[in-house]
Design a binder for this molecule. Sequence first.
Ligand code: 0WE
Length: 258
Amino acid sequence: MLNLTGKKALVTGIANNRSIAWGIAQQLHAAGAELGVTYLPDDKGRFEKKVGELVEPLNPSIFVPCNVQDDAQITEAFGMVAEKWGKFDILIHCLAFAGKEELTGDYSATSRDGFARALDISAYSLTRLCAAAKPLFNEGGSVVTLSYLGAERVIPNYNVMGVAKAALECSVRYLASELGPVGVRVNAISAGPIRTLASSAVGGILDMIHHVEEVAPLRRTVTQVEVGNATAFLCSDLSSGITGEVIHVDSGYSIMGM
Ligand code: 0WE
């Protein structure tokens, strides 16, 4: 049975109750993991309050701000991990951002700043978090990040995010190679489209979801809980031979020609 009892898991990327990271946090908790949660700080403290209330039932032993564009906040967050936990086991990376203007129209219109910001938040952040986490990982540790089909194929309007996800998936392989010898596995889940805060801001997401419901082998979209269960598997000993991999949790959509 899938058992994460005694494992300590740091989860990034929870924004609200529709976040995929929230589905992951719930399933890791259900499997017995002890949770730590990071949130994106904002000037009004809205995320701190919302995310704090949301995760309270899961009794997180750590709740810290972490804007991954700020090295000092990453250092602070992992300082808290070192202080509260010493070593830990699981790092969940569910972070992405591109400017709204980059997610529509021609890819070639991507600005230099827009490209840098999307790659910084959506891809480099995994590398930076793994650097901070490396000295703190227990043997048997596991890192899971979220990707999307736009890394492999052209999805209309995904644009610079596709390039960022390609960099993220490639980072998974380099990090897996580096961390494997110290007993830590690194994998990605390529999730099918789900209605979340991020995706709902995208024009045409409902049409994409309807298309998945029509052509995916399972004839439906996936849920946050299904991504959470696959993540729990990747964090458990049941997946002890899997690293550097990208697993599709997408109702089979990616195997289809249309
Ligand atoms: O990775 C994602 C979401 C990425 C995302 C979404 C937004 C919307 C609001 C990153 N940054 C922003 N910035 C904003 O201002 N997905 C896989 C969901 C998604 O996003 C798309 C999709 C799908 C699916 C964007 C265009 C086309 C399809």
